[in-house]
Design a protein around this ligand. Structure first.
Ligand code: NCD
Length: 303
């Protein structure tokens, strides 16, 4: 039985197969509309979510399966003190596959240890968010036709942003990738990540201003400041509007530079950018459904 806990759990070859399957789904969704009939997906969300949970549910429904779960820790037995280990043992009796989101780093791994069904990490604290990364990679592959040979800028909360951490890990496996980390000094990418890039000899630079690198980027991954992971409200208020990508700044970027964002957006991208054909963040949401359909099929061994 396989789980998806970190973006490195699949080899790049396996990811190619997954993205090819997502591509086939995109071309002819109706051909997959009964693949999971009789199967159930449980979504166990101990943290707020719109996209990820509904994207999973939509994916399973598109495959002809059914969904059950909870969207709020307060409405689950966690409120009575139940552990993740016990909850997943119980969920294993109700469903065939489970997507779990939890505020604690490592919680999905604990769930997988005690589970008798495949577990998908839908975000564990500030650690990883592998299915967002699958979404990001499929989006990049679809827009650019490749996953190598890019200068990619990641901008915003690089300290707490789990989507950033997962994307850096995943992109590090492709050839000729150069990272530009754009953040205020307080929200720099964690040392364990830069150390691992140093060990692998992968080039990166750290800058504070978007204007210092925009014209060199092939891809720009914007993120919001992660309010819920701040210890102090004052710091959050000071940093939340540090970056605003607007129409004026987009003039500095290459014609074929795409802007991605895992969403939700707060104020880091001005709405006027939405009409720019390089704004790819809403298309990204659609790719998220295709890739989750492909993932559910793969983990249930129905691919
Ligand atoms: C991200 C998350 O939950 O980490 N959202 C998502 O799943 N699309 C990004 C975020 O909340 O900022």
């Amino acid at each position: 039985m396989r789980h998806l806990l970190t973006p490195l759990d699949f080899t790049t070859g396996e990811l190619d197969d997954l993205f090819d399957l997502a591509g086939s789904i995109e071309k002819d969704r109706s051909a997959f509309s009964h693949v999971c009939s009789g199967k159930k997906l449980a979504t166990c969300f101990y943290e707020p979510s719109t996209r990820t949970r509904l994207s999973f549910e939509s994916a399973m429904l598109n495959l002809g399966g059914s969904v059950l779960g909870f969207a709020d820790a307060q409405s689950s037995s966690a409120a009575k003190g139940e552990t993740v280990a016990d909850t997943i043992r119980v969920i294993s009796c109700f469903a065939d596959i489970c997507a779990i989101r939890h505020p604690k780093e490592g919680s999905a791994r604990v769930a997988a240890e005690f589970s008798s069904i495949p577990v998908i990490n839908a975000g564990d604290g500030g650690h990883h968010h592998p299915t967002q990364t699958l979404t990001d990679l499929l989006t990049i592959r679809s827009l650019k036709g490749r996953l190598n040979d890019f200068t990619i800028g990641l901008c915003g909360d690089l300290k707490f942003g789990r989507t950033v951490h997962s994307l850096i890990h995943a992109m590090s496996r492709y050839d000729n990738i150069r990272f530009v980390f754009i953040s205020p000094p307080e929200l720099k990418v964690p040392d364990y990540i830069t150390q691992s890039l140093n060990e692998k000899g992968i080039p990166y630079e750290e800058v504070i201003k978007l204007e210092d690198c925009l014209e060199r980027l092939d891809l720009l991954y914007m993120t919001r400041v992660q309010k819920e992971r701040f210890f102090n409200e004052e710091d959050y208020i000071r940093l939340r509007s540090f970056y605003i990508l607007d129409g004026e700044k987009m003039k500095m970027a290459k014609d074929d530079m795409f802007v991605l964002h895992p969403l939700p957006r707060v104020s880091e991208i001005a709405p006027e950018v939405d009409n720019d054909r390089r704004a790819a963040y809403f298309r990204q949401v659609q790719y998220g459904v295709y890739v989750r359909m492909a993932l559910i099929m793969t983990l249930l061994e129905l691919a």
